[in-house]
Design a protein around this ligand. Structure first.
Ligand code: C2E
Ligand code: MG
Ligand code: MG
Ligand code: MG
Length: 283
């Protein structure tokens, strides 16, 4: 045990660490009630067609408004949701909210509008019925699966990939589109393109942001765009923050883009204002 190995060797739980573990447990407990307490919401970041700068579709991004801590970033609470298994319930909630929103926008603005949602690989594991539940839910509400794109982060797709692939294929058959998020940051990016039947890849913002300063990142971006174009996969560049990045992406033939330079994630109300003024779906 720790004692017999001598003092000072086993600092598993320093005071700081204990606080952070306690903090995690507290946050997980708070997260457990976040749905019923109506603390979760979705914001929508438009995805633009680069050549026309018109809205192409929207990505739903989850927000947690904690009653005492304020806004907590999904980068902080999604890992807790995954660790605790709450990601299933939260993921189902996100799915249903986004479906209802896209159905509404289809009625109001354009009957072919689409929304992307972020999903965790855990939602496709064998121990959950989520994918089947989603399809049943869509059928019950008479909603078109083609209104949805499922984004999945590639670096977590490493494990259990046969099952994940099988379920993604089934969802794709129903009409949903599949997108690999944060492309280029995982381990076997290129092999996934062959293994998975995907519709989109999203170039991770780290490449886009370094593109104008680092010629290697520019080359990697160009290679991803060329490769995707040749494979018939649509490309979305994430994290566009400058005119220069826009121009470089346009020049290399990247079709779609997303980023603060174009628009930040917006509330439903803000998004609707934008839809009414700048969209290829404008009626
Ligand atoms: P992501 O799916 O790659 O989403 C892009 C993130 O980059 C978003 O952060 C977005 O607000 C931010 N972003 C957009 N444009 C720019 C830009 O120009 N510059 C910079 N620096 N950032 C930009 P957000 O909303 O904090 O989400 C972080 C991550 O949390 C997402 O990354 C996604 O992986 C995860 N996430 C968000 N919502 C959900 C959800 O409903 N389910 C799951 N499983 N994950 C989610
Ligand atoms: Mg995403
Ligand atoms: Mg991501
Ligand atoms: Mg990303």
């Amino acid at each position: 045990g720790a004692k017999s190995s001598g003092r000072g060797c086993f600092h598993y739980f320093t005071p700081g660490m204990r606080a952070s573990i306690q903090n995690r447990i507290t946050l997980i407990n708070d997260l457990r009630n976040a749905i019923s307490n109506q603390e979760l919401s979705l914001v929508y970041q438009p995805i633009f067609e680069i050549s026309s700068q018109k809205i192409y579709k929207a990505e739903a991004l989850l927000r947690w408004h904690h009653p005492s801590r304020g806004m907590i970033s999904p980068t902080d609470f999604i890992p807790l949701a995954e660790e605790s298994g709450l990601i299933i319930e939260i993921g189902d909630w996100v799915f249903e909210q986004a479906c209802l929103q896209v159905a509404k926008w289809r009625r109001q603005y354009a009957d072919n509008f689409q929304i992307s949602i972020n999903t965790s690989p855990l939602q496709y594991r064998s121990n959950t019925d989520s994918p089947a539940d989603w399809l049943a839910w869509l059928a019950k509400h008479r909603l078109d699966a083609g209104a949805l794109t499922l984004e999945i982060t590639e670096n977590l797709m490493m494990t259990d990939y046969d099952k994940i692939n099988q379920r993604l294929a089934q969802l794709r058959q129903s009409g949903m589109e599949i997108s690999i998020d944060d492309f280029g940051t995982g381990y076997s990016s290129l092999s996934y393109l062959k293994k998975f039947h995907i519709d989109y890849l999203k170039i991770d913002k780290s490449f886009v942001q370094k593109m104008s300063k680092d010629s290697d990142d520019l080359i990697i971006c160009e290679a991803m765009v060329v490769m995707a174009n040749k494979l018939g996969i649509k490309v979305i560049a994430e994290g566009i923050e400058s005119t220069e990045q826009m121009q470089l992406l346009k020049d290399m033939g990247c079709q779609y883009g997303q980023g603060y330079w174009l628009a930040k994630p917006l509330t439903v109300e803000q998004f609707e204002t934008l839809l009414g003024s700048n969209t290829r779906y404008k009626i």
